[in-house]
Design a protein around this ligand. Structure first.
Ligand SMILES: Cc1cc2nc3c(=O)[nH]c(=O)nc-3n(C[C@H](O)[C@H](O)[C@H](O)COP(=O)(O)OP(=O)(O)OC[C@H]3O[C@@H](n4cnc5c(N)ncnc54)[C@H](O)[C@@H]3O)c2cc1C
Length: 405
């Protein structure tokens, strides 16, 4: 461990403890930086831990990072930054191995990874840890960080950021309402998106954690950073619509990967259930507008997701949490179709970054949902956890190097 500059609290200060912040913190700490990991509430509170479906990486025999990149560009309608996409897909296999070294055990079958095809993908490419993939990844990263020498700063909500003599100064609101200031040679902004707050202001449901409120993006924009595609918010095609306890739950896309299809009121398949997310969500909105949707018992618009087509074996291996949640609420998805309707889920755009995850402000890095460009205006499922890992690792390393210059 080498103290890089005199007079600063940390070499690298990471804001946010989701998968991207944890990956950045672990990678900076392992490179030798004095790291502070500041987060709004507890280290466990984030969207990443809620991710169920999985993480993409080209491991199939008929697959390659280039085909993965083509799928990303096509799903983004050619709005993604091709260089960021190339980094994302070419580093995906090594990112998976890194997670494995940290203790993540991906589900396997027939001697290899159990791969599923997700919406917009031309190959089977989705690795899973049952249907608690985000939980497994964040736990392994958190354990790795806690085993190192980095400082944990829970209940530090970022309230301001500005240049300081040796890097960046950050002000925080603490749990008791008081404030404090910390400075660092480099900062990594990993505070996620804003869909919880956005859904609240629209009067809609969201899949997001209540900490997904987006103020860090605003703070960094005020400090002079550039952003892109901030207006492009993504609906998850399959929000739970009934029973009431499942409203806002994101039914894993792997239900459709393992055979579930979308049906209208007449029992007709009205769209390609494994199309890109924006197309599938729009098809559901259109079907309901045409009067071909169904109503939930509490009068909400919906269509059917026919989950009875999933084999019990696939469901047990890849959807146990979803099954438990629904069965606990009195509905067996393997015996009857379930109500679904799109729900606000993901901020596609964000802070402009380069391939080292540096924003347009020197020494300020960004990774994960707060960053823009990797998915353009429409993200594919399974590429967010991947982005968190690939660009989190890069951000941590680059921030360490910046701190030493
Ligand atoms: C229900 C659900 C299911 C999903 N399923 C998948 C999936 O299967 N595959 C996939 O690839 N993606 C999935 N996603 C998307 C993916 O999980 C997230 O986009 C990604 O994990 C975001 O990670 P992050 O590190 O950028 O942000 P987050 O995980 O949201 O973490 C942000 C962190 O910043 C903190 N924070 C916020 N504001 C402040 C502040 N002012 N000061 C300090 N800290 C702050 C938060 O408390 C939190 O710790 C899913 C998302 C949800 C919600």
């Amino acid at each position: 461990m080498r103290p890089v500059r005199k007079g600063v609290s940390f070499d690298v200060l990471v804001i946010g403890s989701g998968a991207s912040g944890l990956a950045a913190a672990v990678s900076a700490e392992r490179a030798g930086a004095r790291v502070g990991l500041a987060t709004k509430t507890t280290l466990q509170a984030c969207n990443s831990a809620k991710a169920q479906g999985g993480i993409q990486a080209a491991f199939g025999e008929d697959d390659s990072p280039e085909i993965h990149a083509e799928d990303v560009m096509r799903s983004s309608h050619d709005t993604a930054n091709p260089r960021l996409v190339e980094v994302l897909t070419s580093e995906a296999p090594s990112a998976i191995h890194w997670l494995e070294e940290l203790g993540v055990e991906f589900t396997r079958s027939n001697g290899g990874y159990r791969l599923a095809r997700c919406g917009g993908a031309s190959r089977k490419r989705l690795l899973q840890v049952g249907d608690r993939t985000g939980h497994a990844i964040t736990k392994a990263l958190r354990d790795a960080y806690e085993a190192g020498s980095g400082t944990e700063l829970p209940h530090h909500a970022l309230g301001g950021l500005g240049p300081a003599r040796n890097g960046w100064g950050a002000s925080f609101r603490l749990k008791d309402g008081s404030t404090t200031t910390l400075d660092a040679s480099a900062v990594v902004l990993a505070a996620g998106g804003r869909c919880y707050a956005e859904a609240g202001s629209r009067g809609e449901l969201s899949t997001n954690h209540p900490n997904a409120t987006g103020e860090v993006t605003r703070i960094v924009l005020e400090a002079g950073a550039d952003a892109r595609d901030l207006d492009a918010l993504q609906y998850h095609p399959n929000g739970g619509a009934w029973p009431a306890t499942m409203q806002g739950y994101s039914i894993p896309e792997t239900t459709r990967a393992y055979g579930a299809v979308l049906l209208n009121a007449d029992g007709e398949e009205f769209t390609d259930s494994l199309g890109p997310r924006d197309a599938v969500s729009q098809a559901i909105f259109d079907e309901v507008d045409k009067g071909k949707g169904v109503l939930t018992p509490d009068g909400r618009p919906a269509v059917w997701l026919d989950t009875t087509r999933i084999s019990p074996e696939d469901a047990e291996i890849s959807l146990p949490y979803m099954l438990r949640r629904y069965r606990g609420a009195g509905i067996d998805p393997l015996a009857e179709p379930i109500f679904t309707y799109p729900v606000l889920h993901y901020q596609n755009g964000g802070l402009v970054i380069d391939e080292h995850a540096e924003t347009t402000l020197e020494g300020a890095f960004a990774c994960g949902e707060i960053a823009g460009g990797t998915h353009g205006r429409n993200r594919m499922m399974g590429n967010s956890l991947l982005e968190c890992t690939v660009f989190g690792r890069r951000a941590g390393r680059a921030a360490f190097e910046k701190a030493g210059t």
